[in-house]
Design a protein. Structure first.
Length: 334
């Protein structure tokens, strides 16, 4: 199957994909449930992992609140590239007699789980780790040697038996915990960790709080760690998100209560996100284009070099907060 892998890699590179790797179903057998490719293709034997690097100039403008749109558009374009590459790889595999399914990267959750579990059908991060693209960092994001965590990911799952690539050597997570320090939703723990096993290797990452914390904040329904915070995301909204120590039940109850406030329309929509029936990439793109991208800080600050990470953190935490005025949104500092 080496010839087939080379053909797939050549297509991916031609279509602007920055990193491509291969994982087998077997190599993900010790991973958490969303590492199971069988959720999207019963006959799955392997997966192709695809990564597109995000533009660093646009990221810094986004973090410093000079420009939101350049990064939003770059992020959007990264998914368009992933979609086109997925479709071309899928066609190649199907033409050769295999089954193959590309899967969009976000906003689609398993309906067989309790409400608000927000469990994805497939974790592109786990597939990428098993395919040798990078490691899981403390944030839980995939981090690559070349681009840190600043990549968009996708996967094509197939019935073809493709030899898995070797795991990435070493580990570049520097345990700086700046990812946790930039998280306004208190989703990423500073000190509590868990072990995730993938392809026979153990990765220590933070013990995440309820998924809804990130979804509500990254989707723009909350922009601040606390009402007194000196910096925000690109959202001016302020929710009262109880501390993770209070438990998930109290947190969910509080969010549901706050969603009843007419000013929290976006939060109400977020609570319904799990019920949305995604219809392929078209549905994903429609959803993506309607949800304002306001955060992503945990991945955007995590570049391979420690000085860059610190500089990114400083840019974000001195960027001020977005407030709503009669004349529209405005950034205030201090
Ligand atoms: S920000 Fe620091 S601790 Fe977090 S994933 Fe990146 S390197 Fe690891
Ligand atoms: S995207 Fe934002 S809210 Fe979500 S985990 Fe990262 S920093 Fe926290």
């Amino acid at each position: 199957m080496e010839g087939l892998k080379e053909e797939i890699a050549a297509i991916a590179m031609r279509m602007g994909i920055d990193k491509v790797g291969f994982a087998s179903k077997e190599s993900l057998r010790d991973a958490p449930p969303s590492g199971d490719m069988g959720h999207i293709l019963g006959s799955a034997r392997s997966a192709v992992s695809l990564a597109v690097a995000l533009d660093k100039t646009a990221i810094r403008a986004f973090l410093s609140k000079e420009d939101q749109q350049a990064h939003v558009e770059d992020h959007r374009q990264s998914y368009i590239r992933l979609r086109k590459a997925e479709e071309a790889i899928q066609k190649l595999l199907v033409d050769k007699g295999y089954q193959a399914v590309g899967h969009y990267p976000n906003f689609d959750y398993r309906k067989d789980q309790p409400f608000l579990t927000l469990a994805p059908f497939l974790s592109h991060r786990y597939v990428a780790v098993a395919a040798g693209i990078g490691w899981l960092g403390w944030s839980g994001n995939l981090i690559t040697p070349e681009y840190g965590a600043t990549v968009s990911l996708s996967s094509v799952v197939t019935s073809a038996e493709l030899e898995p690539d070797a795991l990435a050597e070493g580990d570049i997570c520097e345990n700086c915990r700046l990812c946790a320090a930039t998280c306004p939703s208190h989703f990423i723990s500073q000190k509590d960790g868990i072990i995730v096993n993938i392809a026979g290797r153990a990765y220590a990452h933070n013990k995440k709080a309820h998924n809804l914390r990130c979804l509500a904040t990254c989707g723009g329904a909350n922009g601040m760690g606390s009402p007194e915070a000196k910096w925000s995301t690109w959202s001016y909204k302020v929710l009262d998100l109880p501390a993770p120590e209070g438990g998930d039940e109290a947190f969910v109850q509080s969010v549901v209560e706050q969603s009843k406030d007419p000013a929290n329309r976006l939060l109400r929509a977020t609570l319904n996100a799990e019920r949305v029936e995604m219809r392929g990439w078209e549905g994903f793109e429609r959803f993506w284009n309607t949800v304002p991208l306001t955060c992503g800080s945990c991945m955007l600050i995590c570049w391979p070099n420690m000085k860059d990470k610190q500089d990114n953190y400083n840019l974000l935490t001195t960027s001020g907060r977005v407030v709503k005025t009669d004349n529209g949104l405005k950034v205030i500092k201090g």
